[in-house]
Design a protein around this ligand. Structure first.
Ligand SMILES: Cc1ncc(COP(=O)(O)O)c(C=O)c1O
Length: 404
């Protein structure tokens, strides 16, 4: 379908501003950061509230009799969407929890190596450091370049660090600072040839990429539903290959310990399960709008927005288009690219972010990475091209005080 978006923000998919009222986003906000935390549609939040009310109407009956089946039904729906068997998928609160459950379940010996990448998510890197600190194992970081010419550079970076001591490889599906889609099948093959188990951090992938988890060849895969699947915050999953389930436990051990994989994860103490149960409403929302239509809209808008910004800021694309999904990380104008110590860079990033929000009502992450500052745009159904035009204008006309 040809794609265009007029100045009113209506586009040929019928999305853009025409659909924005389905979310409760502040009316004045130009919200270009779906990537960080997602944004749940009102309808999904209403479904979550309905689950909460049902729970609180008879908490004992709900927790004891209704929840176990309702949770498994919800897990089965999500499993179907991500190409998984229901018995191999459990809910967790977020991808950080999923990664923690795996890393803290495994036994590492002094000298064992855990492979990960410089573009991995900060909280995951911290978890690796913590595990290594306790066990004497070693964090080994693949240096993936950015800007990057193509997926072969990701493969080469991992090939260079895998060794006979590597006991686990942690691979992103889509990276956080740079929004790169890794060539996951090739990377997993590389690890399997060497007998290295693979944990995939797929925080961003569900909703952006079609998934067939049972065929991927990974050992563990964690993904967020609260980012690109429109679920409420706290809805994420961990998929575990059957041969790894006996040694994979939730970070919080509870009544289900020793009773099987799903029993252990399905009850981790009293908590509010409404975000998990509302996955059904989120998936229905996606189904009604059309998953392929959503993908086409968001990917097309990302490409157009990226081109618009590159043209306006006179920058060269840092990554081939086919390595991107619904997000793109772009260099800021040259004056922002002077080398600065990492600490100063973070302060400047915060300043620019706050300026864009307070002065222009643009919410967009400014990312310090590799010694310079970048801006990461997201494209979601409620966005339209004129919003990125506003961002381009704001970046072109930064006040003098922002020059370094
Ligand atoms: C690649 C990656 N991993 C993990 C996370 C953590 O997600 P959460 O905060 O939901 O645990 C993020 C969040 O943006 C991410 O981008």
């Amino acid at each position: 379908m040809p794609f265009s978006s007029n100045s009113m923000g209506f586009d040929s998919f019928g999305f853009g501003s025409a659909i924005r009222s389905l979310w409760g986003l502040e009316p004045q906000a130009i919200f270009l950061n779906h990537g960080s935390y997602g944004a749940a549609p009102k309808r999904v939040l209403q479904a979550q509230s309905a689950w909460r009310e049902r729970l609180e109407a008879q908490p004992v009956r709900f927790m004891g009799e209704e929840l176990p089946q309702a949770l498994r039904r919800a897990a089965a729906e999500l499993a179907h969407f991500v190409g998984a068997e229901p018995e191999n998928l459990v809910f967790v609160e977020n991808a950080t929890s999923g990664v923690n459950a795996v890393l803290r379940s495994l036994s590492f010996q002094p000298g064992d190596e855990i492979a990960f990448a410089n573009q991995g998510y900060g909280a995951v890197q911290q978890t690796i450091r913590w595990v290594c600190g306790r066990t004497g194992s070693l964090p080994v970081e693949a240096q993936i370049p950015f800007p990057i010419a193509g997926p072969e550079q990701v493969i080469a970076a991992f090939e260079a660090i895998l060794s006979p001591q590597t006991r686990l490889a942690i691979l992103d599906h889509i990276t956080s600072p740079t929004a790169l889609i890794y060539p996951l099948p090739e990377l997993i093959s590389l690890c399997r040839e060497r007998g290295i188990p693979v944990l995939v951090d797929g925080a961003h992938a569900p909703g952006i990429l079609p998934l067939k988890l049972e065929n991927l060849g990974a050992d563990w895969y964690t993904g967020n539903a609260h980012k690109w699947l429109f679920a409420p915050k706290g809805c994420a999953f961990l998929w575990v290959a059957p041969h790894q389930q006996a040694q994979t436990h939730p970070t919080v051990i509870s009544h289900g310990y020793g009773q099987g994989f799903t029993a252990e994860f399905d009850w981790v103490g009293t908590r509010d399960p409404s975000a998990w149960l509302a996955i059904s409403a989120a998936l229905q929302f996606i189904q009604e709008l059309g998953v392929e239509r959503i993908r086409q809209h968001n990917h097309t808008l990302m490409k157009q927005a990226r081109q618009l910004l590159l043209d306006r800021l006179q920058e060269i694309p840092p990554v081939p288009e086919d390595m991107l999904g619904f997000m793109a990380t772009l260099p800021l104008p040259p004056v922002w690219q002077q080398w600065m110590p990492e600490q100063l860079l973070s302060i400047r990033a915060r300043q620019l972010h706050d300026y864009l929000w307070h002065t222009h009502h643009i919410e967009v992450p400014i990312i310090p990475f590799g010694g310079q500052l970048w801006v990461r745009i997201s494209a979601q159904l409620y966005n339209y091209l004129a919003e990125y035009e506003q961002l381009a204008l704001a970046l072109e006309r930064l006040p003098d005080g922002f020059a370094v």
